[in-house]
Design a protein around this ligand. Structure first.
Ligand code: 13P
Length: 248
């Protein structure tokens, strides 16, 4: 049985004071026998978030794949380790579209994180045009094969994959439960091809894209959806608490 993992992605939102307030309100209710709740926060909020987290898991939103060097503006995995970070979002579509992340760099980041004991939350997903042209399966399979290349099967218990169709991100146009489940099943089948049945059984797969308090329960009821990656609805304490209460 896979434990559920429901994670907010704050993106470039919230300062330290807001982060402290969020954790003071939300952390105490973020417990469940079914699994984990957490939030991905900007680098500048990580210390405050980790200090405020007894229950919530705290994720960075990116990392570099080198340990140190002339990479102005980047943050390395050893730097995250020093802070006590245990999860890191990589390959979000916003980073792939706006900041040049590729399957190759995402793969390097995933390997570096796994070697450091940090769980990657690795995002994949197709554009609206690819979806309209029936290319979802090909695009997602190619992203997975590139991003997960040469990762040992035993590591998949420590990997979270987030299927986020780009057309559903921040649009309010969430994927239907059927599409979300079919695509998460597809992700699991591709993992089976790449790394075998045990890896596919252990890897946790999230759906992301306009997840809200009013649709989280039906997504979580699907057999291949083990969690959610939630943007907008994770920013307000009350909506994230509602998501927690509905999925406990
Ligand atoms: P929204 O929930 O705002 O659509 O964002 C989804 C997302 O990008 C999470 O990583």
């Amino acid at each position: 049985m896979r434990n559920q993992i429901i994670v907010g992605n704050w993106k470039m939102n919230k300062n330290n004071a807001e982060t402290k307030a969020f954790f003071e309100t939300v952390d105490a209710v973020a417990t469940s026998d079914k699994g984990l709740y957490g939030v991905g926060v900007p680098f500048t909020d990580l210390r405050t978030a980790l200090d405020g987290a007894k229950n919530l898991i705290v994720a960075a939103e990116n990392c570099h794949f080198e340990d140190s060097g002339a990479f102005t503006g980047e943050v390395s995995v050893p730097m995250l380790v020093e802070l006590g970070v245990k999860y890191c979002i990589i390959g979000h579509s916003e980073r792939r579209q706006m900041f040049g992340d590729t399957d190759e760099t995402v793969n390097k980041k995933a390997k570096k994180l796994l070697a450091a004991g940090i769980t990657p939350i690795l995002c994949i997903g197709e554009t609206e045009e690819e979806y309209d042209n029936g290319k979802t399966a090909d695009v997602v399979a190619a992203q997975l094969k590139g991003s997960l290349a040469d990762i040992p099967a035993a590591d998949y218990a420590n990997i979270v994959l987030a299927y986020e169709p780009i057309w559903a991100i921040g649009t309010g146009k969430s994927a239907s439960v059927e599409i979300a489940e079919n695509c998460c099943k597809l992700v699991r089948d591709v993992v089976c091809d790449i790394a075998g049945a045990d890896a596919a059984d252990k890897v946790r797969i999230q759906y992301g894209g306009s997840v809200k308090p009013n649709n989280i329960v039906e997504y979580m009821a699907q057999p291949d959806i083990d969690g959610a990656l939630i943007g907008g609805a994770s920013l307000k304490e009350d909506s994230f608490i509602e998501i927690i209460e509905k999925t406990k």
